[in-house]
Design a protein around this ligand. Sequence first.
Ligand code: FAD
Ligand code: NAD
Length: 490
Amino acid sequence: MLPVKTFVFLVTIHKNQNSKYNIDMNSYDVAVIGSGPGGYVAAIRCAQLGMKTAIIEKYSTLGGTCLNVGCIPSKALLDSSHHFEDAVKHFDTHGIELPGDVKVNLEKMIARKQAVVDQTTGGIDFLMKKNNIDVYQGLGSFKDARHINIAGEETIEIEAKHTIIATGSKPSSLPFINIDKERIITSTEALKLKEIPKHLVVIGGGVIGLELGQVYRRLGAEVTVVEYMDRIIPTMDAGLSKELNKVFKKAKFKMNVSHKVKSVERVGDEVIIKADNKKGEEVEIKGDYCLVSVGRRPYTDGLNSEAAGVKLNDRGQVEVNDHLQTSASNIYAIGDVIKGAMLAHKAEEEGVFVAETIAGQKPHIDYNLIPGVVYTWPEVASVGKSEEQLKEAGVAYKSGSFPMRALGRSRASMDIDGFVKILADKTTDEILGVHMIGARAADMIAEAVVAMEFRASAEDVSRMSHAHPTYTEAIKEAALAATEDRALHI
Ligand code: FAD
Ligand code: NAD
């Protein structure tokens, strides 16, 4: 059901479109297909640069995966469940006594999440209006490289000198799994469950599995993670995996790494997962819900890219060159639908990059400096190269670490898990990678990004004043440790 405010907005848009049915008015400098963080940011930047811009979205709300079924709703549930966990486990220690048992009202929690989503997607409606961007609701499909059909309530055609494909991604699965969306679910369903699972089995110990696994573990579900690789969050620095694994085990997650899932079957309200462990033995796990979080696939269904001469690669991604230009020279692609990390802020950077490229500017993105964050608690955040990558590339480096538990700020808040690790070039001291796990690491990583953008050395960071008491003091201390092995507080 659409919120009333959104419905009124769509009616308004529809009216605007009707008044624009002559060919001239339906002709744009830029058409953006997809309104996720890549698409809507690209549209805003195009409009800022004076281009007549349209955005096409097949769903009734703007904002794409991130705002509707991704970043925002998952963080809303992480926050709510964190409050619950604090009330149950930590209030008493802080001297806060509650009159009775603390209970979860899941329906209310999910409704609050939806209210946050509605408010956020409504904000994109506002931004489109503010920037005079025409919004079309319907499936965008290429007729040729300069014309797009939009199948909404009726099908209309628009002309665009340039098009930006920002059609994003969808959850992927394994060939033998039937996602029934009731008991065998993806993140989309996990964000709106009607009951707390008794036992949630999570296939894939990556970002989604751990974030949503933590939500339901905090609410009381037993959670078992089944991961194919030999560690959780396997694409991040191994030290982070190890520490997060330790914290999750303390919270009684069952972790099964090096397990190859071979079947997932629903029997009534039960889901039976079979996997082979490292020794090749079959392991059977039974739960009442199974979250399949084994990655996402680029989404181009219905786009009719061939008609525009836009080539896909063998992974189904839209192929682009260094300018994010596709095989059709007036068509660009950004975000999850192309190569690279599937992150909202990566999609946003690419949206700005393409808008500025079309406008004749010479923008630049340093992909090495796009941070990665896992919003569990403790939060996990990284930028630059991991130790594994530096070793593989044969780079001589030094490493300095500092544990969060040594900070006064951490003791005050009882967030003592984690550390900050800084990797710096052995000869020049330039920072090559920063990896952290701890309270508010998601926000703290910004300091590392700034430092690396300006090619700071570990010593540069170690000589900057960091407010006391803050978690960021661990960054200064890790920098001291990396520079001269002279952290002050350990
Ligand atoms: P999308 O956001 O996927 O948007 C694409 C849009 O295009 C969609 O609205 C789709 O309906 C529309 N579309 C597709 N085809 C057509 C068509 N033919 N015509 C019209 N419209 C079309 N990333 C982070 O950085 N931080 C996080 O905390 C984070 N949390 C996440 C949590 C979850 C549960 C999930 C699933 C993802 C999360 N992500 C997070 C990833 C993030 O959501 C994506 O990287 C980001 O949304 C990609 O943006 P995009 O613009 O490329 O595509
Ligand atoms: P992911 O790539 O983070 O994790 C998938 C995990 O599944 C990996 O650890 C992989 O080894 C494992 N896996 C793959 N096949 C398997 C199999 N057969 N059996 C067991 N395990 C298997 O993907 P995701 O967690 O599904 O998230 C999808 C995308 O969404 C990611 O690219 C991520 O960047 C993005 N996302 C980002 C955030 C964030 O930035 N905080 C949050 C959620 C999602």
